[in-house]
Ligand binder design. Structure first.
Ligand SMILES: [Zn+2]
Length: 235
């Protein structure tokens, strides 16, 4: 158990008094803990995506409630009620949920939770990292336009580092090995090639956009389409 406790550090620090409940969740888990959960703030604006592990901590500490879609409308549940209703859902909606098993019961992983208290969970910034750049560019070489497997792609500095180009959303793109070699330490203009589209900072986490294609995360859309969400993340 103690080995697992590190996984339960939250933006709120130590899990504290809720640790026994959380320990119960941690002790007997199945795959559902890796499912993704959309977190809303009090005003129903999407602020980030967390894995089920973290969502259950927010729920167990009574920092958040569950938001579920039922007959086309959104219904909120305190964690205890959600837990009690899981038996029913297991019987009638088994395929619609991911599941987490504790020592005593099996709980449906919520798709959405809403943070109830004041807004301590900051809005997620899109991190500038390799995975997000590849996701933004859809694994497509930004010079020749062809799609490649992740391992066949490289990160290219549009304006090369030797010419003072830095690490930024607007200066890093996916490039295939061939295009990268051809370009060498030159700018696209110097190399006589062009970007297929300008490099920009994504408005939302590219991983969220990928998940929106799945029917499983259908219920997220209403919250992600809000202007508030997209406006906040832009430059
Ligand atoms: Zn290429």
């Amino acid at each position: 158990m103690t080995a697992l406790s590190g996984e339960f550090s939250t933006p709120f620090g130590n899990a504290g008094h809720a640790s026994s409940k959380i320990a119960l969740i941690a002790a007997h888990v199945v795959s559902g803990l890796d499912a993704k959960v959309l977190v809303l703030n009090r005003h129903y604006s999407a602020i980030r995506v967390v894995d089920a592990r973290r969502a259950f901590i927010l729920l167990a500490k009574e920092i958040a409630e569950v938001i579920a879609v039922e007959d086309g409308s959104y219904v909120s549940y305190p964690f205890t009620t959600w837990t009690e209703l899981s038996e029913f859902r297991r019987e009638f909606e088994r395929a619609q949920h991911d599941w987490v098993r504790t020592a005593r019961i099996t709980i449906a992983v919520p798709k959405i939770v809403r943070v109830l208290c004041y807004d301590r969970l900051p809005r997620e910034q899109v991190k500038l990292n390799r995975r997000n750049i590849y996701a933004r560019d859809g694994n497509q070489c930004q010079y020749c336009g062809k799609s490649f497997a992740t391992k066949e792609l490289t990160l290219d500095h549009v304006k090369p580092r030797v010419q003072g180009g830095g690490n930024s959303w607007t200066n890093l793109v996916c490039a295939c090995v061939k295009c990268n070699a051809r370009k060498g330490g030159r700018t696209p203009e110097q190399a006589g090639i062009r970007l297929i589209k300008p490099a920009v900072k994504p408005k939302r986490n590219p991983a969220i956009s990928l998940r929106l294609g799945s029917p499983k995360y259908e219920s997220w859309k209403a919250f992600l389409d809000e202007a508030y969400w997209t406006v906040e993340l832009s430059d």
